[in-house]
Design a protein around this ligand. Structure first.
Ligand SMILES: *Cc1c(COP(=O)(O)O)cnc(C)c1O
Length: 415
């Protein structure tokens, strides 16, 4: 057996769509990107969708859009991929890391404590695909205390009049919150279409705008489209039509547009997402839970409760009362049986760059605790019943034998 962790879903529909882009004579931003944006609007019910070349670049653009700069603070969870912090640093601002709850999402109580007059935004991460506690986060943002602390320094900040809520929805396309698309829970939701995500364009991302009604969404869409293409008022596709050669540069924009040849991959996947790809992930998660829940060492991931349902992007298995070292040994043995697993995530304060910048994992005890016992199992539509049976057997056999050995060691030490 050799089971990979998260290969991209490439079927004949995907290949046909990419070939169509290649043969059309137009491979960078054009009609395929427009179609992908339309599919995302259809799925998420968002007011607007702007495709870009990654989650990271989209997040940098949106922080800049809000006027975030040196001296500002953005609250983020310590438990996430580094991009959640790097986008803030690239705007010159300071990522203020806070701890998570046991469901692996940012702890609203910690957010409340971290808000200062410098706080301009919060980036909440829908970890593993599970939407954050948005009702709690929004009531903190909208409280009189937070509004009074907020200092508006840009035109957008003045218009919003409060802390901006951004969702890092890199994992959570298709997730729901309060019976609606989870993308509607914040001001700005950003998806990642990196190769390992539920929907991929090889590299890519999409910004969904659900700003309050006093923002002109069409105006914001047009601005962001121009800003994401060097601030150029006419994209190359428009210029390629005869007689359209003259253009102007309106802003100091970024160059982060998504090419059509990439959009084609995601377009063909998204068309079968709700009906086929997402239910396939859910079935695997349910099978893992069902077959592992009889073991007392199994801590189930939060996948669904009365307010939200995950997009089943990651299956973060956790094992009760094990040390980080034992977890590492368990991974080694599972891998030696031909099953590739992963850890999501190494808390950012443990990574060299952040550690050297002064972040200290001791201040995020729950992030460390969850990380130390976490193993992400493969979960993707290409897994067969045979594959998932094999994965479960491998995990159970390895964990049981390691736990037995650890107990024996303990006994001999006591004696
Ligand atoms: C993948 C990921 C990102 C970054 O996405 P890119 O498209 O690679 O920039 C950001 N946040 C989280 C939580 C991720 O898993």
């Amino acid at each position: 057996m050799n089971i990979s962790f998260s290969p991209p879903f490439i079927d004949q529909n995907v290949i046909n769509e990419v070939v169509d882009a290649l043969k059309s004579g137009w491979i960078t931003s054009g009609p395929k990107v427009k179609e992908l944006e339309a599919e995302i609007l259809h799925l998420t019910k968002s007011k607007s969708a702007i495709c870009v070349n990654s989650w990271t670049s989209g997040a940098i653009m949106m922080l800049k859009w809000f006027g975030i700069k040196e001296g500002d603070e953005v609250i983020i969870p310590a438990y996430s991929y580094c991009a959640t912090a790097l986008c803030v640093l690239h705007c010159g601002a300071t990522p203020v890391m806070v701890d998570i709850t046991d469901d692996l999402t940012i702890d609203p109580m910690q957010i409340k404590r971290a808000i200062t007059p410098k706080t301009k935004a919060i980036i909440a991460v829908d970890l593993a695909g599970l939407p954050c506690d948005y009702n709690a986060i929004k009531s903190i943002i909208k409280s009189t205390r937070s509004r009074n602390l907020f200092v508006a320094e840009s035109e957008k900040q003045q218009r919003l009049g409060r802390i901006l809520l951004i969702s890092d929805a890199a994992h959570s396309i298709g997730a729901t919150y309060m019976g609606h698309s989870a993308a509607l829970s914040s001001d700005i939701t950003i998806f990642s279409f990196h190769a390992v995500k539920n929907i991929t364009t090889a590299e890519g991302g999409c910004i969904c705008l659900n700003l309050p009604g006093f923002f002109d969404i069409n105006e914001e869409y047009t601005f962001l489209k121009v800003f994401s293409l060097n601030g150029q008022n006419k994209d190359a596709y428009t210029k390629s039509k005869g007689g359209n050669w003259r253009y102007d540069i309106l802003y100091k924009g970024l160059k982060i547009n998504m090419p059509d040849v990439c959009a084609a991959i995601g377009l063909a996947q998204l068309r079968q997402y709700k009906r086929f790809l997402l239910p396939a992930r859910k079935r695997i998660a349910q099978k893992y839970c069902q077959l592992l829940s009889k073991f007392e060492w199994f801590i189930s991931p939060s996948l669904k409760d009365h307010t939200r349902e995950s997009s089943y992007h990651i299956f973060p298995l956790r094992i009760k009362d094990i040390t980080e070292a034992l977890r590492d040994q368990i991974i080694e043995d599972i891998v030696s049986l031909g099953v590739t697993v992963n850890v999501h995530f190494i808390p950012m304060p443990m990574l060299s760059y952040f550690r050297k910048s002064g972040y200290d994992i001791a201040k995020y005890p729950n992030s460390y605790k969850q990380y130390a016992c976490e193993i992400s199992l493969p979960i993707y539509p290409g897994l067969t019943e045979e594959d998932t049976d094999y994965i479960i057997d491998a995990v159970v056999n390895v964990v049981q034998s390691k736990m037995r050995n650890a107990k024996l060691m303990e006994l001999s030490l006591i004696r």
